[in-house]
Write a protein that binds this ligand. Structure first.
Ligand SMILES: Cc1cc2nc3c(=O)[nH]c(=O)nc-3n(C[C@H](O)[C@H](O)[C@H](O)COP(=O)(O)O)c2cc1C
Length: 142
């Protein structure tokens, strides 16, 4: 499941983004990643997120890139949509473990197309992550 370069780990503090995620229906946690994080290539990923001190791995979908659908995004964005989170985690330091790359990040012709594809990405992430049982947030590996 976690083949080759796909077991990358990132760590970062949750900051505010452009505030569009909530309007689109996928509120993402924007990460200011630490310098010693692995650097995945731009794309959409199935991943797990650990929010210390929680002892659990939360299924999530991450977007890495310049959000090319929009034209006001400066800098590479690392955004995680945590599937089952219903609280604000601004300021928390979180850890991300990438499991699989789903696709390239692309410029959609409109916001509706982005939302539709994001829903499909999240569904696919859920299917992939449901098969993973061996990640322990307390282990050194993470
Ligand atoms: C599952 C998922 C897939 C995404 N795919 C793309 C994409 O292909 N192209 C793109 O421009 N942005 C993509 N994004 C990023 C969104 O543009 C971004 O999350 C949204 O604009 C909210 O950003 P904000 O938090 O800075 O407001 C994706 C986000 C998620 C959660």
């Amino acid at each position: 499941m976690c083949a080759d370069a796909m077991c990358l780990t990132l760590e970062g503090v949750v900051t505010s983004g452009h505030g569009r995620g909530r309007i689109l229906g996928f509120p993402t946690a924007n990460l200011a990643i630490s310098v010693d994080s692995d650097t995945p290539v731009d794309g959409i990923y199935a991943c797990f997120v650990n929010i210390p001190p929680e002892p659990i791995m939360r299924p999530a979908t991450m977007s890495v890139g310049y959000n090319p659908t929009f034209h006001d995004v400066v800098g590479r964005q690392y955004e995680v949509f945590i599937h089952d989170l219903d609280r604000n985690i601004y300021g928390d330091r979180v850890r991300v473990k990438i499991v699989e790359r789903l696709r390239d990040i692309i410029a959609f012709p409109n916001v509706e197309a982005l939302v539709e594809q994001s829903a499909r990405d999240i569904e696919m992430s859920q299917e992939i992550l449901a098969l993973v049982t061996h990640f322990d947030p307390a282990s050194d590996d993470f």
